[in-house]
Design a protein around this ligand. Structure first.
Ligand SMILES: [Zn+2]
Ligand SMILES: [Zn+2]
Length: 251
């Protein structure tokens, strides 16, 4: 199995069919989550992902629509009897705040909680974040209102690559990280500070030379046809909206 499953594709204000943006990377070596919105336990159950298969969690940045579900994920796993460790990756700014959030929930009183490791990620371009026999992950800092990273996922079996921009203004770091990747998943929250519009996401996809662009982190009431046209005005490859529970896979 080599799959990116979109667990949510919406921007900061979710909708019943469009949860906050978060992803699951499903491989034979386990499942890696990128960001942790709403209550991920519900989404994982719906996607038939075994909680115990989750080995790692990447937090791109400390905005509530990306990290708000993390205490609920850990508590749900603990109450379901998990004993396996989990590693949480992120920039030091993100991890410091994530740990402080767990301290507010007095998580040290959760008896026999499984081991939770924190792995601080350096804010270098194309920083190696994680590698196992199935996948290699790299991150690059991007241009948001707070420290944030984009993530490149290289699936080592099918030799396919996917890049997720996370929240960012159009920036060269994403184009560089996505160089010759198969798929770019780029945010389109709109032309605001720290965010991108569809034509800007298309321009980054063109600069990167990817085959396919998925638009993500969009408002539920956006005019999808005109937003698609916006992305297509600057990118000749295939463009589609990411949807909740949509898989991107190769086998
Ligand atoms: Zn966001
Ligand atoms: Zn954000």
């Amino acid at each position: 199995m080599n799959q990116v499953l979109i667990l949510g594709a919406g921007y900061a204000v979710p909708h019943e069919d469009l949860d906050n943006t978060h992803l699951a990377l499903i491989t034979d070596c386990g499942t890696i989550l990128i960001d942790c919105s709403s209550n991920p336990i519900v989404r994982l159950r719906k996607a038939h992902i075994d909680f115990d298969s989750v080995t790692d969690l990447i937090l791109t940045h400390f905005h509530p629509d990306h990290v708000g579900g993390m205490p609920l994920l850990l508590m749900g796993m603990w109450l379901e009897g998990r004993t396996k460790p989990i590693t949480i990756h992120g920039l030091i700014d993100t991890l410091d705040r994530a740990e402080a959030m767990l301290n507010l929930y007095n998580w040290h009183s959760w008896q026999k909680l499984f081991p939770v490791h924190f792995h601080p990620v350096k804010d270098n371009p194309a920083q190696l974040l994680l590698q196992n026999d199935c996948i290699r992950l790299q991150s690059s800092p991007v241009k948001h209102t707070i420290p944030n990273i984009a993530t490149r996922m290289d699936f080592l079996g099918p030799q396919k690559s996917v890049v997720y921009s996370s929240d960012t203004e159009p920036c060269q770091a994403v184009a560089d990280l996505a160089k010759d990747a198969d798929v770019l998943i780029h945010e389109v929250a709109g032309k605001n500070v720290g965010h991108s519009a569809p034509d800007q996401a298309g321009a980054i996809a063109t600069r990167a030379g990817v085959q396919k662009l998925y638009l993500i982190h969009y408002p539920s009431n956006c005019d999808r046809e005109s937003w698609l046209r916006g992305a297509q005005s600057t990118f000749d490859g295939t463009v589609a909206f990411a949807q909740d529970f949509m898989p991107i896979n190769w086998d």
